[in-house]
Design a protein around this ligand. Structure first.
Ligand SMILES: [Zn+2]
Length: 547
């Protein structure tokens, strides 16, 4: 008698997995839909009752996923190794989803309470300058407009002092999060967050090293150009520029130094009409999405924009607050980009668990890829938008996009590397680490003699931990897929200026190469399926001048 291979897939695996999927679809799926609807309702009305209902729906969903006995059945099914690849994949996806919720409930309560306390401290905190309290938007206004370096410095320093107020709590939160991660078998909270998202620290860092190498030169050139403009506006020397001279507290956005805006051509533009025509033209119509959406400002409504797939049965909606300007043109293209990469176009034959995007970075990437066209005069003119000086519009749009993405990429480098270190070695000199990274990647000079917890003034470390890199990887995905479409579908020589309109082959490409696999492929398998290569920084760098 020969012993069975210990890790061989089994028929029992198929059976257990099929049973577990049935249980999940019967018990958890309705809670997931209820949560999506509650989320939509709360954001469209903003009433206390609807927000309470959303919290309630979230709790019921989390409870179902944290159920110990159910998790044990899932683990057994996964360990029995289903032979059917779609069942095996569902076990992997569900395992990571449930694993995240297996934290000891007492510990989870302490983590949530600590995070809430810090967020509250952020909400009530006001930068205090010259006997006056400044709100966040007043701080930003000074950083955008003031020509007085001393004033800028005082306001910037005051905005950073929230870091000192929350530093001790943040260190405790890091400690608690690490404890939760170690109990689930991970070496740190950072490693856990990535692995729950099917990423390894090593692979992500390797990608970011490549991105750093390919964009270091173009970024330095773009920043030198910005620095000259900033210094001239402030009547100081370039070598005197310090963090408070940039237009936002972290230099994560492009300073508005080029004195142009793209908004005027949108004065009479019907943005939803343009979107309908565009998406229909590439064979991915979105009329049903628009009809179900909530697109204009109203009291109580969330001021942001998002797209949500309510039931994975085609009920896909967008929340937005359209006004006729370039920002909302880009945002609508973006949100509707999410809407086409959803159960609208992922085949219904794909099981419920896999009938969604491969990864957050892939759906962000698709949305970012379509968003780019709001900055192209050539594209706008195809949809009847009158652009008086197309060459100037293209030049400005390209420069804005280039500066924004190069600056954002450097900011993401700081956040990724800082958070990894923060969780792996929280006892080190974090003040120093933060400024070392800012100097190295953002090329911003640290203020002489400053030793303060400036990292702790970034609320995302609390509210959206270990997450920024996904936005950046989304941008890489966007450029890589766009370059593939430009090459294979449009036969265009230069992806940077390639546009799509009235070409059903683009939709065909997106269906076959991006949407059809749903979540049956991991994000990097999908990237390879769509573009022939694993995710890398080459297409991004090529668009922005690095070869
Ligand atoms: Zn998005």
């Amino acid at each position: 008698m020969t012993a069975a291979e210990p890790n061989a897939p089994t028929a029992t695996g198929d059976e257990l997995a099929r049973k577990f999927v049935q249980e999940h679809e019967a018990q958890v799926r309705p809670l997931e839909k209820a949560l999506s609807l509650a989320w939509w309702q709360a954001n469209t009305t903003g009433t206390d009752a609807d927000f309470a209902a959303k919290v309630e729906a979230q709790n019921r969903f989390d409870e179902a996923l944290s159920d110990r006995a159910r998790f044990a059945r899932l683990k057994a099914a996964r360990e029995a190794k289903p032979r059917d690849p779609l069942l095996a994949r569902q076990m992997e996806v569900l395992y990571l989803t449930y694993l995240e919720k297996q934290v000891d409930p007492e510990l989870l309560k302490r983590i949530t309470a600590k995070a809430n306390a810090i967020e509250k401290a952020f909400n009530v905190y006001r930068a205090h300058v010259d006997g006056k309290d400044l709100s966040d938007s007043e701080v930003r206004k000074v950083l955008k407009e003031s020509k007085d370096s001393a004033r800028r410095r005082a306001v910037w320093e005051a905005s950073k002092s929230v870091g000192g107020a929350v530093e001790a709590d943040l260190r405790e939160l890091v400690f608690l999060r690490n404890e939760a991660a170690r109990k689930l078998g991970f070496k740190s909270y950072h490693a856990m967050q990535l692995e729950l998202n099917e990423q390894s620290q090593q692979d992500v860092l390797k990608l970011f090293d490549q991105l750093d190498e390919l964009t270091r030169g173009p970024f330095a050139a773009a920043k030198a150009d910005i620095d000259i403009k900033l210094a001239a506006k402030l009547s100081i020397g370039v070598d005197e520029l310090r963090p408070w001279h940039y237009h936002d507290p972290f230099f994560q956005e492009s300073p508005a130094v080029f004195d142009v805006n793209l908004d005027s051509v949108f004065a009479n533009a019907d943005i939803p009409r343009i979107c309908r025509a565009f998406y229909a033209g590439i064979g991915l119509p979105i009329d049903d999405v628009i009809d179900r959406s909530d697109l204009y400002e109203k009291p109580g409504k969330s001021p942001h924009a998002f797209c949500t797939d309510i039931d994975r049965e085609g009920d896909v909606r967008v929340l937005a607050n359209i006004v006729p300007n370039e920002y909302w043109m880009g945002t609508m293209l973006h949100e509707l980009g999410h809407s086409v990469y959803s159960s609208k176009n992922i085949p219904h034959s794909m099981p419920y668990v896999l009938r969604t995007d491969a990864h957050i970075l892939c759906t962000e990437g698709v949305a970012m890829m379509f968003e780019r066209f709001s900055k192209s005069a050539d594209w706008l003119q195809k949809f009847g938008v009158d652009v008086p000086d197309p060459a100037a519009y293209n030049r400005t749009g390209e420069k804005m996009r280039r500066n924004r993405l190069l600056i954002f990429s450097r900011w993401c480098q700081v956040m990724l590397r800082f958070e990894k270190e923060l969780y792996e070695n929280p006892a080190q000199d974090l003040n120093k680490l933060w400024w070392d990274l800012v100097e190295k990647y953002q090329l911003i000079k640290r203020p002489e003699g400053r030793d303060a917890p400036d990292y702790a003034s970034k609320i995302h470390i609390v509210s959206a931990p270990c997450y920024y890199h996904n936005y950046m990887m989304g941008e890489l995905f966007a450029c890589q897929v766009h370059a593939t479409i430009a090459r294979e579908v449009l036969k265009a020589s230069d992806p940077a200026s390639a546009i799509y309109y009235d070409n059903k082959q683009v939709g065909e490409f997106m269906r076959k190469r991006v949407f059809d696999p749903g979540r049956s492929l991991s994000w990097n398998e999908l990237t390879k399926h769509a573009t022939g290569e694993e995710l890398n920084a080459k297409a991004f760098a090529a668009e922005f001048g690095g070869k």
